[in-house]
Design a protein around this ligand. Structure first.
Ligand code: TEU
Ligand code: CA
Length: 574
């Protein structure tokens, strides 16, 4: 293996991550909100899936302006989710099944109801004032900074008592912490240690690329953003001057003492910077997930406006191939197609139409499990769950959707168009309750769910799929097992074939004398394909449809067909 892949083997490279949006996973006390006991009860289900690491969305005390990303206490479990006892029991149960627990940790901001901020906003004299970023009134208007949840883009909110604005890159109820202040860094590291000492196996670091700010507060022009920051202001505001120093510090002072992993949320990180974060010699982080793939399929104007032409598969292939190359000698990547911030993967990259949902979900699962990177699945992907497509603003719960709606309304803009776009891109599409069964509320709760359940739970649900050998769920398990059995699928060299084919995504994975050919039809058409001249079939490892039209030289692919083919290797290694 060494000649192919220079890095060391590691559990976090060979494992598969399964993300649990706990609020919508399983409710055990009928309040309509998922909880830790619900997840505890599902440990057997997860073990049976075969996943190795569970990333749970934030479970700490929070008023839930942004579903737990707004934290008031870094060492207490959110009331709705249960108690520390429940957390400990969950961790133990997962470990007993050899499943690791990755906590979602928010370093960039707190809730405005966190005691630090409550004290800070009272007076400039408070020692906690300097825990946050402020712009005092006497200095005039603050320099333009953008807020992610607000198209008006104002990340400064005025606070009367201190006569100053505080900075919030996300909602106004989520003030950004001042990492330039050493006390803040110390406190946050202590919080991390607390959870590591409890035995958690790592962190997904929320919005971590934003923690360092340029406190000379430069005024930045639109032109500069366009020229220097590749047209993307989020890029400019991410990666402040001391980011790498802080990450190195986290490693040196905290992380290196534990056998844990880190997955940085990487908004604003482009491929040629990725190694600065995860190259072994940098001693910073282990993995990150990038956003280059997530930008596909939207028009450049409007808020998350889907491109009527859909996404461009050539670009899709180019992005994932480029990112593969980044880590060919150092570091390690991740691959994902959706999460709690994105619409459902099948609705976006596959096809949710009845005849195609099943097969396209399996095709996307095949893609994620045959790339050289740690795959991250989002709960429900194994069932082929799809967007709910709310029609009424009243059904939405997400602060992002609600804030943009309010803003557009105040300007008299086209709200119907916005709601239509949100049916594609809204984060709530992925946040509806997990579909356990065809029973009322999909078996998620006996109470009133905090967000509507998708009516399609009648036929899309875990119970039906567990009993159906042909289900997406069972295909997921089988594919995951194959990845475990064949290390070539984890570490083997990746090579894109036919980069300009408009419907097919084809690649090989090679390691020593193993070679696997992956052929994925990303379209609803029947596509004939001439096999490469070197190819000779040893075995069909996976096929997501019950047909195989294969001759010596040609395959005819059914819509969304996915094939994983073991190749015969001749003596000279070709
Ligand atoms: O997201 C950070 C982030 O970069 C967001 O702008 C993300 O791109 C956005 O949700 C897309 O619409 C993280 C969390 O994943 C997200 O759920 C939180 O809302 C956010 O941080 C604030 O903590
Ligand atoms: Ca509950």
């Amino acid at each position: 293996m060494d000649e192919i892949y220079n890095g060391k083997r590691a559990w976090w490279k060979e494992g598969v991550v399964y993300q649990v949006y706990i609020r919508s996973f399983k409710d055990t006390n009928d309040d309509g909100i998922g909880d830790l006991k619900g997840l505890l009860g599902a440990v057997d289900y997860l073990a049976d899936l075969g996943v190795d690491m569970i990333w749970i969305n934030p479970v700490l005390a929070s008023p839930n302006n942004d579903n737990g990303y707004d934290i008031t206490d870094f060492r207490t479990i959110m009331k709705e989710y249960g108690s520390m006892k429940d957390f400990d029991a969950l961790l133990k149960a997962l470990h007993e099944k050899n499943i690791r627990l990755i906590m979602d940790f928010v370093l960039n901001h707190t809730s405005d109801e966190h005691p630090w901020f409550k004290m800070a906003k009272k007076s400039r004299e408070s020692p906690y004032y300097a825990y946050y970023h402020w712009w005092e009134e006497e200095k005039g208007n603050p320099p333009k900074r953008f807020c992610f949840f607000d198209p008006k883009g104002d990340a400064w909110a005025f606070n009367k008592a201190t006569r100053s604005w505080y900075l919030h890159y996300f909602s106004a109820k989520m003030p950004d912490l001042n990492w330039e202040n050493e006390s803040v860094r110390k406190e946050m590291m202590d919080h991390l240690r607390f959870w590591l000492d409890k035995g958690v196996d790592g962190f997904r670091l929320d919005a971590v690329t934003y923690i360092s700010k340029d406190t000379s507060w430069p005024v930045i022009s639109d032109k500069e953003i366009k020229d220097k920051y590749r047209g993307d202001w989020s890029y400019y505001f991410s990666q402040g001057p001391k980011l790498h120093e802080y990450l190195r510090d986290l490693h040196d002072k905290v992380l290196q003492f534990y056998d844990v992993t880190t997955i940085a949320e990487g908004p604003g990180i482009v491929h040629d910077e990725a190694l600065d974060f995860v190259k072994e010699a940098r001693k910073e982080l282990q993995m990150l997930y990038h956003f280059e793939g997530m930008q596909l399929g939207y028009t450049s104007s409007g808020f998350k406006r889907p491109d009527p032409k859909g996404y461009d598969l050539l670009k899709f292939k180019a992005i994932y191939s480029t990112w593969d190359k980044v880590f060919s000698r150092h570091g390690w990547g991740t691959v994902y197609l959706g999460n709690h911030d994105q619409p459902r993967m099948v609705s976006r990259w596959g096809n949710e139409q009845p005849g195609f949902r099943n097969v396209s979900a399996k095709m996307l699962i095949t893609f994620l499990l045959t790339m050289r990177a740690t795959p991250i699945f989002y709960n429900g992907d194994e069932l082929g769950m799809v967007n709910i497509r709310f029609e009424d603003i009243k059904d939405y719960r997400d602060v992002e959707t609600l804030t943009v709606y309010k803003y557009l309304k105040s300007r008299g803009e086209d709200l119907d168009a916005f709601l239509k776009d949100q049916q594609f891109g809204a984060r709530d599409n992925a946040r509806t309750p997990f579909q356990w069964s065809g029973e009322e509320n999909a078996g998620f709760t006996n109470g009133k769910p905090w967000i509507k359940v998708n009516p399609n739970h009648l036929y899309i649900n875990a119970k039906v799929q567990l009993n159906d050998p042909d289900s997406i769920l069972n295909y997921f398990r089988k594919t995951l097992r194959l990845r475990k059995e064949r290390l070539v699928l984890v570490y083997g060299e990746y090579q894109l074939e036919e980069p300009f084919h408009e419907h097919l995504y084809i690649y090989t994975r090679r390691m020593k004398n193993e070679c696997v050919l992956v052929v994925l039809n990303f379209s609803s058409s029947i596509v004939p394909f001439q096999l490469p001249s070197w190819f000779s079939l040893k075995a069909v490892l996976l096929n997501n449809v019950n047909a195989l039209q294969l001759t010596d030289a040609w395959i005819t692919l059914q819509p969304y067909q996915a094939l994983v083919l073991d190749c015969k290797i001749s003596k000279d290694g070709k």
